[in-house]
Design a protein around this ligand. Sequence first.
Ligand code: 3HC
Ligand code: NAI
Length: 683
Amino acid sequence: MTSPIFGPITTQRHDNVLVIISNNPPVNALGQAVRAGLAQGIEEALADDSIEAVVIRCDGRTFFAGADITEFGKPPVGPNLPETLDKMEASNKPVVAAIHGTALGGGCEVALACHYRVAVPSAKLGLPEVKLGLIPGAAGTQRLPRLVGAEAALPLVVGGNPISAKQALAIGLVDKIVGEDSLEADAIAFAREQIGKPVPRSSEGTANRDGVRNPAIFDEFRQKNGRKLHGFDAPQAAIAAVKAAGELPYAEGVKKERELFMGLMGGTQSAAMRHYFFAERAANKIDDILADTPLIDIRKVGIIGAGTMGGGIAMNFLSAGIPVTILEMQQEALDRGTATIAKNYDNTAKKGRMKPEQVQQAMGNLSTSLDYADLADCDLVIEAVFENMDVKKEVFAKLDSVVKQGAILASNTSYLNVDEIAQATTRPGYVLGLHFFSPANIMKLLEIVRGAETRDDVLLTSMKLAKKIGKIAVVSGVCPGFIGNRMLSPRQQQANAMIMEGANYWEIDDVLIDFGFPMGPFQMADLAGTDIGWHRDPTRIENVREALCAAGRFGQKAGKGYYDYDASRSRTPSEETKSIIADFAGREGAQQRAISKQEILERLLYPMVNEGALILDEGMAQRASDIDVVWINGYGWPLYTGGPMFWADTIGLKTIVEGLEKHGLPVSDYLRRKADAGERFTS
Ligand code: 3HC
Ligand code: NAI
């Protein structure tokens, strides 16, 4: 018998067990109606003497995936989650969480407030709040350590990555793994077995004493994860909350959690990270294409060029089980490329991230060729040859003549005009840019470059395919450097200009590192090799980079570039580089002065915001948040500032305009208009 209680929550009676069911698509977020319904469901169970146990489960694709993030920042409407969960835990009739899909955040806290947890084998449980710049706010940081111990709780609460049902069983977060297709029935049977026994409450657990006996675990955890956590506020608060679970009585621990939670909720980091959460999801959507546009089936992929990018790109498809044929001009290049792919897979296997049989399967799906005819039956071909328009046009003309009609032809160009490349074919509608980032098997970002004539099905298929191979895709229009590299350009210009004016190059790198980037432009140049694109004539020296090359300072690989490197690759500023720079500055007659860190930061980042504004004004990005997704995933822009456009909103567009003017840098009309109107880029 089903009785609707309140909106998304219904209850079903199975003799002496009441099953409370949530149906709040898409992810059963714990919005106000769900919380109210849950509270009523528990009250119904308690008020009815014929009910002896309760099961809580969800319809649809997942157990509760957390608090409803769209409610954050709005005036709260009760009942709140903590009080709803306290009511659940206080029940003297056993309450069982029946988990499928992902029990995340508030959803995991629901499970913790239940007396027992059963899960299907494919379920995942986790507390990902740190990824939103928060910590669990419904007593998760207090119940979990009491249930599983502080040591087991730390990676969950502080790292934020979910664990499998099996791992959850091993640490005691789950009591039983039940049948994948018999969750409800098994949960009801399990609940019946608990009737009459004293109910175990997570809040009364004592496993957290491990952290009291050995408080060193907190510092050890901090040290081990220092690099990953650097700059983020939430993980520090998460560690403090788990520590408090061992030091304070439950009620006080909950109070401490609330204090930390509210502090984070009101801060800019969480606002930035919540912005990013929705930005990543928005980037998936193409505003002017119908979502039901039929897709092109991609069963076989061709790749032209087995160099740095071609090999990495191939790995994405091979790892997803899609056969790949790589084409090169010479057998030697093919052999080198294939060997690199094999070595990369071996390394992944050695780190335990892939099983040997998975490596074998991936390599088994790889074939090589020197003959275009072998690409005839590919559904998608990605070109990754030299960055030269004439070479690319020749390749596309050949592809056009051999590859079957209806296949997608893509270029991995970093800067070149995709429309011009498309015109080398008789089917420009099937041409687009798929701009992977290096190393292409690791970097998450994929810029999908939409040409003037790119067909809707070609674009949509590419978006879906990106998801399948684990990429975060953003659509860009055709412009030099697309979204990411186009914005990198003015930053690089300013970095180069400032070292001529008297800023030390390592100060420029350090300013960006302090801001949260993994490295600055000069470290980056050393890592990539200062000799990229060098003409190899040591007598022709027209800029600092050419002078570095002439002096054999090719970057990290040579042990010296802008910096000197020791055996462990740590960098120290180089006297030789300093004098090379001073020499150029002297020749240019550039006035030398001390440049403050603040000026360095403004001159590096404000012009990027201005370029972002131009990109938006020209319609090259669909929305400001897409630009943030590009910079966070492709260039290491710190997530906790939300990306360049959200960051600009935090600073205030008026301040950005004034800063650009102060430094004599261009201000686009669009940026000025927005600043004058007191508007923001992001919502
Ligand atoms: N609140 C509101 N909306 C949410 C949401 C949430 N917690 N989680 C997902 N959504 C929305 C998404 O925005 C998306 O909307 P759209 O279709 O309009 O773009 C839709 O649900 C589907 O989400 P995904 O595209 O991400 O679907 P997937 O199947 O790829 O992934 C998921 C599902 C793993 C559940 C993923 O959505 C996810 O990780 N969600 C967030 C989980 C989370 O962070 N929970 C903690 C919240 S904070 C909290 O609980 C605080 C508490 O301690 C008090
Ligand atoms: P690479 O020089 O490492 O590899 C290019 C490969 O293409 C070489 O192996 C070469 O033999 C082969 N090749 C050249 N012409 C060919 C032809 N006509 N037919 C078949 N094979 C041919 O270059 P890399 O770095 O892999 O770059 C390839 C493309 O990817 C370029 O367009 C580049 O701009 C772009 N790209 C490069 C990134 C990087 O960080 N290296 C990042 C993103 C894009």
